[in-house]
Design a protein around this ligand. Structure first.
Ligand code: SAH
Length: 234
C-alpha cells in the first residue's frame, strides 16, 4: 500500500514556521496541490505555493488550483471537487500526493471538505498539524494569549459589537478571525470600550506583516482578508 494522501499545514506565512514533519512530507511528494486566486488585474496569486517554493520544492511538483473567492461558496466547492478527482487519480497511479493549507489544516480551513470526501470514499488520508495564524500573531506581539484560569474564544467574524462586549464581560479573551467580515462591529466596540487591549495583526509571517495596539488607528481602519484581532483586558 502507498502512503496516504497528506494534508500538510504550512503555518501562517513564514516558511520557517512549518513543522519538520510537514517539510518532510513536501520533500517526499510528487504532487503538491496549492490553492491560488486571481486578482482583479488578472494576476495569479498563491501564498501557499510561494511558501512551498521557498522551502526548495521544485515547481514541477507544484499543482496550483484556482479557488474563486466569491461569497457564493458553490464555485469554490466545484474547484475542490476537481482537486478531489485529480488527487484520487494521481494516488491510484502510485504518486505521493500532498494537499496544503495555510495555518493549520484543521482550523477554519475549507480544504478539509476534500479530506472528508476522500475519507468517506475510503481513500487513506492523514493530516499534519501546523501553527495557526493566531498563535503566530501572539508570538509576534510577545503575548501570553491566555494565562492561568483565563478562557479563550475564537470567533469567525460573524459577530456584533454587543456580542463581543458580552463575551469580554464574561471574561473571555477573544480571537477574531476573518476580521474583514466584522469591520463595523469592531470599530463600534473600540469607539465605546477603551478599557480593552486591541491587538491587531495583518499578513503575519510575510513581508507585509503589521502589528499595532493603537486603538485610534484601528477605530477607522479597513481590515484586509489576512487580518485578525486578539482582544483582552488591559
Ligand atoms: N487555517 C488558518 C485559518 C484560515 S481562515 C489558520 O490556521 O490560521 C482565514 C483567516 O485566518 C483570515 O481571514 C485571517 O483572519 C486569518 N489569517 C490567516 N493567515 C493570516 C496571516 N498570515 N496573518 C493574519 N491573519 C491571518
Amino acid at each position: 500500500m502507498h502512503t496516504p494522501i497528506l494534508f500538510v499545514s504550512l503555518g501562517p506565512g513564514d516558511p520557517e514556521l512549518i513543522t519538520l514533519k510537514g517539510l518532510k512530507a513536501l520533500q517526499a511528494a510528487d504532487c503538491v496541490f496549492c490553492p491560488a486566486t486571481i486578482t482583479r488585474s488578472g494576476k495569479q496569486l498563491s501564498r501557499s505555493s510561494d511558501i512551498v517554493k521557498s522551502l526548495g520544492i521544485s515547481v514541477d511538483h507544484i499543482f496550483p488550483f484556482l479557488l474563486p473567492m466569491s461569497k457564493d461558496r458553490s464555485q469554490a466547492f466545484l474547484a475542490y471537487d476537481s482537486v478531489y478527482a485529480d488527487a484520487i487519480n494521481l494516488y491510484r497511479q502510485g504518486r505521493q500526493v500532498v494537499i496544503v493549507a495555510e495555518g493549520d489544516a484543521g482550523f477554519y480551513s475549507s480544504i478539509h471538505y476534500v479530506y472528508e470526501k476522500l475519507q468517506a470514499n475510503a481513500v487513506p488520508v492523514e493530516q499534519i498539524a501546523g501553527i495557526p495564524a493566531f498563535i503566530a500573531s501572539g508570538a509576534l506581539a510577545g503575548m501570553h494569549i491566555v494565562s492561568q484560569e483565563e478562557k479563550l474564544m475564537v470567533l469567525p467574524g460573524n459577530v456584533s459589537a454587543d456580542e463581543l462586549d458580552d463575551y469580554l464581560k464574561e471574561g473571555f479573551v477573544l480571537v477574531i478571525m476573518k476580521l474583514s467580515q466584522c469591520t463595523q462591529a469592531v470599530h463600534q466596540l473600540i469607539s465605546r470600550s477603551s478599557y480593552y487591549a486591541y491587538h491587531y495583526f495583518e499578513n503575519v509571517g510575510t513581508e507585509k506583516e503589521y502589528y499595532t495596539l493603537n486603538a485610534d488607528e484601528l477605530v477607522e481602519k479597513e481590515f484586509p482578508y489576512f487580518s485578525l484581532m486578539i482582544i483582552r483586558k488591559i
